[in-house]
Design a protein around this ligand. Structure first.
Ligand code: AMP
Ligand code: MG
Length: 420
């Protein structure tokens, strides 16, 4: 099929189709030190209560509330990690430090400020309330309580909770392994002086950062030339050990644009063009297992043998915008996330947005707050080669297609990359 013969698919339909073909990856166990940002693969129920024992919230004395108003004999001390050996009998008290276990027999804790200490006795005030100034067992977490659901993202609080409940390791979804490659005879490595007609490969580094932010493990494959055979060898080798292939460039309709035909020959191209600006030549394919290629050392790709392949456009902004719209949600689904999309918010245009005739346009904007609203200002020329339009942008405003455009003051939905 000639590249231009691919039907133009609406961006929303294309994003849905990508997710339909994207599997959630299997589980692995990780230590808490490596758990940040991972997604739980199974529900967690508390094996024990938190706190496990009644624990003092203050410095003071453990007493029986029935002994209110009396002078009590102090029988010892209960400090954090050093509980009293014994119990509180009528007429006695134990000195308590914050975090110390409230001894058996006591039903309340009096703050040190409220007592009169004298040698080995202490006088407690009248009218003591039972059950105050300490945390009851299970008041934070009950034994057997569902503490974290499968699909929860592990952040500091979730990891702290797991540690508090005694789990050094957690079962999380595997991270997707990505093979990342730039294509194009004009490309040179960053740091090498480009000769006339050459440009520096910037997409690989931009996409590496985007992939890592999305939780992927990335293998860098370098620059592939615009020649079918070397390109095919590189792609086949990469697919033997990756879950996902991400390329940039080589997907438009020029004679040197070889990615679509290659993906056609290896698997099925589901999407070859989308109604999205920038990003029209976005390509998505699935590739079945390749029995002819011996897998390389290391664990084999899990979650079925089918691989995903994303052929991103070459223009730097196009590759990053299509990454946001199509690739990032898929990578999140693979890792078990429930929330796949970036948040969207209504924003008021601070500029006249000219729409493109037939494609939804994702215009790059900065955001600022005016009263209760977010106002979007354009980052300037929206050329798909101009990375400056994306650098420092807070959001992508979704400008629907049409001839009239949208005046400043119109409210449109925006995909939020970061809030100001
Ligand atoms: P292509 O889709 O291969 O025709 O690429 C379109 C344009 O994107 C090229 O002419 C380059 O200007 C630019 N481009 C392609 N690949 C890269 C890359 N890896 N880094 C920076 N710019 C690129
Ligand atoms: Mg090219």
């Amino acid at each position: 099929m000639r590249a231009s013969a691919y039907p133009l698919v609406a961006a929303e339909a294309a994003a849905a189709l990508v997710l339909e073909r994207t599997p959630a990856l299997g589980a692995e166990r990780v230590h808490l030190r490596d758990a940040a940002g991972r997604v739980l693969a199974s529900d967690l129920r508390a094996p024990n209560a938190l706190p496990a024992h009644p624990s003092s919230a203050v410095d003071g004395y453990a007493v029986r509330s029935a002994d209110a108003g009396l002078t009590l004999r102090v029988v010892g001390e209960s400090a954090a990690g050093r509980p009293l050996d014994g119990s509180i009998q009528p007429g006695t008290a134990a000195r308590l430090l914050t975090g110390g276990v409230v001894p058996d027999g006591a039903d309340t804790v009096v703050m040190v400020e409220e007592v009169v200490e004298s040698g080995e006795t202490v006088r407690v005030p009248a009218g003591l309330q039972p059950g105050v100034n300490f945390h009851r067992p299970g008041s934070d977490v009950k034994q057997g309580e569902l503490v974290l659901r499968a699909g929860s993202e592990l952040g500091p609080a979730e990891i702290g909770l797991a540690a508090a409940l005694g789990w050094p390791e957690l079962e999380v979804h595997r991270r997707p392994r990505i093979a990342l490659m730039s294509t194009g005879d004009e490309l040179v490595e960053v740091g090498t002086e480009p000769r006339r007609g050459q440009i520096t490969d910037s997409n690989r580094w931009a996409l590496l950062a985007a992939l890592r932010e999305a939780g992927a493990e990335v293998e860098l494959l370098g620059i592939a030339p615009d020649e079918p055979e070397p390109l095919r060898r590189l792609v086949e080798t990469a697919l033997a050990r990756a879950d996902v292939l991400v390329t940039s460039g080589g997907v438009s309709v020029g004679t040197h644009d070889l990615v679509k035909p290659l993906l056609e020959s290896l698997g099925t191209v589901h999407i070859g063009r989308v109604k999205l600006k920038p990003g029209k030549p976005f390509t998505f394919a699935t590739i079945p297992g390749l029995p002819s290629i011996p897998p390389l050392p290391g664990p084999p790709p899990a979650g079925g043998r089918e691989r995903l392949a994303f052929g991103l456009p070459g223009f730097p902004v196009s590759s990053l915008v299509t990454f946001e719209v199509f690739v990032r949600p898929a990578l999140r689904k693979m890792q078990g996330h429930k929330q796949l999309q970036r948040p969207t918010l209504p924003v008021r245009l601070g500029y006249d947005a000219r729409a493109s005739g037939d494609r939804t346009e994702y215009q790059r904007v900065t955001l600022h707050r005016e009263g209760r609203e977010l106002v979007a200002e354009t980052t300037g020329s929206q050329s798909s080669s101009r990375l400056m339009s994306l650098a420092g942008a807070h959001a992508l405003v979704r400008v629907p297609p049409g001839d009239q455009g949208f005046k400043a003051g119109t409210v449109l939905e925006a995909l939020v990359l970061s809030l100001p």
